[in-house]
Ligand binder design. Structure first.
Ligand code: SF4
Length: 327
């Protein structure tokens, strides 16, 4: 059976202003049409606004991060006497530990609360020449950092980065994969469930990294006879890490050629030659990934065996999202 979990709504956290809620400091929002109009059809969004949650109100004075980029304080941008450090850390720690059912999180850039990457942290050393200026942009919003640290498997992205097709595809792929892991393995953990999961995701892993693919295989083989829980934890860590980098065009081509190998005995040589040519068109950037995948899937569905037809690689998320039309 081909892999299909598309009818289920997957719980995904999101900064409330990205959903169009008017919770920003000025009473505005940062609605993302891609999230509200497209992704909301497949994700069950759970919105959070940490600044409202800690009682800052709407409208409110803006806040910023100062001091140590690893553990910044949170103070008013215009009023240094406004110090919400304790409140923000306490809320972030408590709430982020309750998000264990989420399969992804969409944050927003530059926010001292919800920015996931490269948030400005201002220098507060009065003896320094750069006092009052942002240091290297390597900070994270306090809430976003707590969510990531307390849920290390969770795929996270910033709303703006979802405009980048490879990053968007990679994020959504990981959300669907983590959800499938929770549904198919974690609900009733067993070695058999792990083997089935790994078997379905083999070509997805291969498309992301040969090294990760081999490492995941070693973990499943479990030659050291480790306890089940330990193996499952090791596996999903390796799996999510391997998927966290977008697959390259070269690796996709290699994977598609492997899949084509399963049609050797059942599909005419001329057709296989045509399919190889389409893979080559993709390799050269003339067509998008959806073209070779759709053609190969057509033959796999009709002439492939159960193993190859069950590969998630051929059907990792709903086709309607059009993600492979853009990479
Ligand atoms: S705290 Fe987060 S959710 Fe609230 S307005 Fe700022 S970025 Fe949006």
């Amino acid at each position: 059976m081909p892999y299909r979990i598309h009818s289920q709504n997957i719980p995904v956290g999101i900064s409330a202003c990205v959903l169009g809620q008017e919770v920003r400091y000025n009473g505005g929002h940062k609605r993302s049409r891609f999230c509200t109009d497209i992704l909301s059809k497949v994700f069950d969004f759970k919105p959070y606004c940490p600044e409202v949650a800690i009682g800052l109100g709407i409208p409110r004075p803006t806040i910023r991060l100062v001091g140590d980029p690893e553990k910044p304080r949170v103070i008013g941008s215009d009023d240094p006497n406004l110090d919400v450090t304790e409140r923000m850390y306490s809320y972030s720690d408590t709430t982020s530990k309750q998000l264990t059912d989420l399969c992804g999180y969409i944050f927003i850039k530059n926010s001292p609360s919800c920015g996931a990457f490269r948030v400005k942290v201002y220098n507060d050393d009065t003896s320094s020449k750069s006092y009052g200026y942002p240091s290297e942009e390597k900070g994270r919003g306090v809430f976003a950092a707590a969510v990531m640290d307390n849920n290390p498997l969770l795929p996270v992205e910033e709303e703006g980065r979802l405009n980048d097709p490879p990053l968007r595809e990679n994020f959504i792929l990981r959300v669907f994969a983590l959800h499938y892991w929770r549904e198919s393995v974690e609900k009733k953990p067993s070695f058999a469930a792990l083997v089935d999961f790994h078997s379905r995701y083999k070509y997805t892993l291969m498309a992301h990294s040969q090294k990760g693919y081999r490492e995941a295989g070693r973990i499943v083989a479990n030659h050291d006879k480790k306890p089940e829980r330990e193996v499952l934890d090791q596996y999903i860590h390796c799996f999510m890490t391997t998927l966290s980098k977008p697959a390259t065009r070269k690796n996709h081509c290699n994977t598609l050629q492997h899949i084509l190998g399963y049609l050797k005995r059942t599909v005419d040589g001329e057709i296989r030659k045509d399919l190889l040519e389409v893979i080559d068109l993709y390799r050269r950037g003339i067509v998008q990934l959806s073209v070779p995948v759709t053609m190969i899937k057509h033959y796999v569905d009709r002439y492939g065996n159960d193993y190859i037809r069950s590969q998630v690689y051929l059907d990792p998320y709903p086709l309607e999202l059009g993600l492979r039309n853009q990479i």
